[in-house]
Design a protein around this ligand. Structure first.
Ligand code: GUN
Length: 280
């Protein structure tokens, strides 16, 4: 039987630690404020944004909410970001993705002051991560490192396969595992003999966005399996990239969906919000 890694419980512990740290900062007169921008009303984004604001409230971070209409122009959004960059009392800026098609996401990300880039998406944050310098780290990959460490899973020297190469998860994940001294392979849709590659993994991290794609024949016996996917199965039920029923009997530890990686993303965002006032 595999250990099920309880992301909900681990993220709760982290949030309670952050709550104490935020209270200590408040006593020193340091206030933390996160500006959250959503353009349009994508239902999934609305849920994520609501949960992020709830997380802020729980640990004592003020959140400023900017709910902009779908037809907001790129220039209007860039002007708002410029204004928030200049405001001393705003410590972090988060623009929920995806943005409407008429707005250039890269341009928007680049407009955020790297000192306020709590999502860790700015090229300067990504570059700093790659060369081991201080900067914000993308929340989902940072959360996965915490899940592994807080579950006493060794990373150094292990074979790690990251499946997926997105800028938000796959690439920063691979860099973080490298920083923890794993031997890292990034696999993707063009990888040959994919099952042979994923079967080498002591730690397999699936971030492909394909419901239940990873079945037992992709996994080595005793591997640790981390599922980043948030998908709907054929019955509309929430599921990951990993076929939990088929993989669980064979691995040593596994994250469920929901309740695995998901809750960690918000905990790490809140951690970055605290970092944003410490970095000053
Ligand atoms: N959309 C999906 N995941 C994320 C995230 O971590 N941050 C932001 N800003 N948008 C997202």
């Amino acid at each position: 039987m595999a250990m099920t890694i309880d992301g909900k419980a681990i993220s709760q512990r982290i949030k309670d630690e952050l709550k104490e740290q935020a209270a200590a900062l408040k006593k020193q007169g340091i206030k933390i404020t996160l500006a959250v921008i959503q353009v349009g009303n994508d239902p999934a984004s609305t849920v994520y944004v609501r949960n992020k604001k709830k997380g802020c409230e729980y640990i004592g971070i003020e959140s400023l909410s900017y709910e902009l209409p779908e037809e907001t122009t790129q220039q209007e959004l860039l002007s708002l970001i410029g204004e928030l960059n200049r405001k001393e009392d705003v410590s972090g800026i988060l623009v929920q993705l995806p943005l409407p098609a008429h707005i250039d996401e890269d341009k928007v990300i680049r407009a955020i002051d790297p000192k306020k880039d709590v999502d860790g998406f700015h090229p300067q944050s990504v570059g700093a991560l790659c060369i081991g310098q201080p900067g914000f780290v993308s929340c989902t990959p940072a959360g996965i490192i915490q899940l592994l460490k807080r579950s006493s899973i060794e990373i150094a020297g292990k074979e790690c396969v990251v499946l997926g190469r997105s800028n938000i998860v796959g690439k920063p994940m691979a860099v973080l595992m490298l920083r923890e001294n794993a031997t890292v392979t990034i696999a993707h849709s063009r990888t040959r003999d994919l099952k042979e590659v994923t079967k080498r993994a002591d730690i397999l991290i699936a971030a492909v966005g394909k419901p239940k794609m990873i079945t037992a024949d992709y996994v080595k016996e005793g591997a640790v399996v981390i599922d980043v996917g948030i998908n709907r199965d054929e019955n509309g039920k929430l599921c990951g990239d990993v076929d939990f029923e088929s993989v669980e009997p064979l691995c040593s530890a596994i994250t469920p969906v929901p309740g695995g990686v998901g809750p960690m993303t918000i905990a790490m965002l809140l951690n970055n919000c605290l970092e944003s006032v410490r970095m000053d």
